[in-house]
Design a protein around this ligand. Structure first.
Ligand code: PLP
Length: 447
């Protein structure tokens, strides 16, 4: 069904006339109108129901329209909609307490932002002031946000048109065995060589000039490359040796996505700063933030922190976070993400890989999975070039959509990133749709 309702047709028409969209040339856009959502499903402007295997932009961890979060926002709206950042407020205080209770180590002070990019901006600013150094190291194949410093630490093509060489950022290669930069054949080799490469990069750049290393605990949009415990422990050790601040970007991986509150818990490593957003309140109201270690918080005990936002800890966003975190705890939603990953999505995707020649590799954990699509399993030639798309990938997306599944794709990868509340039956429904849709990708293979 493709005929839009009159309301959806008007939304579409006004969008094309007046709305400027992210990361796009505007003329050729044909955005799908979304009119409603519930749990793991959304409805488009023609009334079609779609299983949301994307969680929008990997942010609706608690699922769509959770009644407890909706009620909390409504209650807060009736009580107090907004308050300036210099005041204290019960919603903000409680959100900070609940987050601090879940962060590892002594990251017990929370600075709230409006989203992920500004969380990264502020984490880097804190690291620079704390160390008195300027340079920031980050990995290729990463995304950290669309604002000036965040997009420059980003290691994907979105940085290129925004890079004027003036943000003090340096990139290195992280571990990614399937497309190893280090000719590694085992995870242990990849870990060792990636750490040696990082150590050399630090040495060549000058350890005394480096304020921070910023890393996604598990890189998200760049491909869900789950690192080894040894790799993250090695990064921690290099940071300790050289007095460098370790910033773990948990904007996408945090709040249940990997089956833990924070992805870094899977590895038992404690960073100095954690950036978060998305899943903290599932994006019902924009919110992000930085969790700050005791040592870095102490830097700003008597020294002014030169940064802030009108909406830092906005009551509606904070109330949504409180309700989200409480509901996720009471309803064991983080545990559900871990279990669905282990019992349904992991085995199901590996089974698909056995039958579909277009699948080169499946990797992930929790409700955070990447399916690496290739033209040829032997050469690992991707089904779309790095930084681009291809007719094969477009056909795959269309095949998913036609069968009622909303997928997340990036270059040659399809990510399976449903809400953390997904049931076994819903996950299996999605896998069955993928099984049929992947036939169109198989048709583009040459092996
Ligand atoms: N960091 C990571 C790891 C992300 O995945 C994203 C968004 O996808 C961001 C930062 C930026 O967040 P926002 O879009 O809320 O600014």
């Amino acid at each position: 069904e493709t005929i839009l309702t009159p309301e959806a047709a008007r939304a579409y028409e006004l969008d094309r006339r007046h709305v400027f969209h992210s990361w796009s040339a505007q003329a050729a856009l044909t955005p799908t109108v979304i009119t409603a959502a519930e749990g793991c499903y959304v409805w488009d402007g023609a009334g079609n129901r779609l299983l949301d295997f994307s969680s929008m932009l990997v942010n609706t961890n608690i699922g769509h329209q959770h009644p407890k979060v909706i009620a909390a926002i409504a209650e807060q709206a009736a009580k107090l909609c907004t308050v300036a950042p210099q005041f204290a407020n019960d919603a903000r205080s409680e959100a900070a307490r609940l987050i601090a209770e879940r962060t590892p180590g002594d990251l017990d002070t929370i600075f709230f932002t409006n989203g992920g990019a500004d969380a990264v901006e502020h984490a880097i600013r804190m690291a620079r002031l704390h160390t008195g150094r300027y340079k920031v190291l980050s990995r290729y194949r990463s995304y950290h946000g669309g604002t000036e410093t965040a997009v420059n630490v980003t290691g994907d093509p979105r940085r290129w048109p925004n890079d004027h060489g003036n943000t003090g950022t340096v990139h290195f290669f992280g571990p990614f065995l399937y497309r190893s930069e280090f000719d590694a054949e085992t995870e242990a080799q990849e870990t060792d060589r990636a750490l040696a490469h990082l150590a050399r990069t630090i040495e060549m750049e000058g350890p005394s000039t480096i304020a921070a290393i910023v890393l996604e605990s598990v890189p998200g949009t760049a491909g869900i490359m789950v690192p080894t415990t040894e790799y993250l422990a090695g990064v921690r050790e290099l940071c300790d040796t050289h007095g460098i601040v370790f910033i773990a970007d948990e904007v996408m991986a945090g709040f249940g996505r990997t089956g833990k509150w924070f992805a870094i818990e899977n590895f038992g490593v404690i960073p100095d700063l954690i950036t978060f957003a998305k899943g903290v309140n599932s994006g019902y109201v924009p919110l992000g933030g930085v969790a700050i270690s005791a040592a870095i918080a102490a830097t700003f005990a008597d020294r002014v922190y030169p940064g802030g936002l009108t909406y830092s800890g906005h009551p509606l966003a904070a109330a949504a976070a409180v309700a989200t975190i409480n509901a996720m705890t009471e309803e064991r939603i983080v545990e559900n993400a871990a279990e669905i990953g282990e019992r349904v999505l992991g085995p199901g995707l590996r089974e698909l890989a056995q039958r579909h020649p277009s699948i080169g590799e499946v990797r992930g954990l929790g409700v955070f999975w990447a399916v690496e699509l290739v033209r040829d399993r032997a050469t690992r030639e991707p089904l779309a070039p790095y930084g681009g798309t291809s007719p094969a990938m477009n056909e795959l997306v269309a095949a998913c959509r036609a069968r009622g599944l909303l997928p997340f794709v990036n270059f040659n990868r399809l990510h399976v990133v449903p809400p953390c509340v997904i049931t076994e039956a819903e996950a299996k429904e999605g896998l069955a749709i993928l099984d049929r849709a992947l036939i169109v990708a198989d048709a583009h293979t040459t092996s």
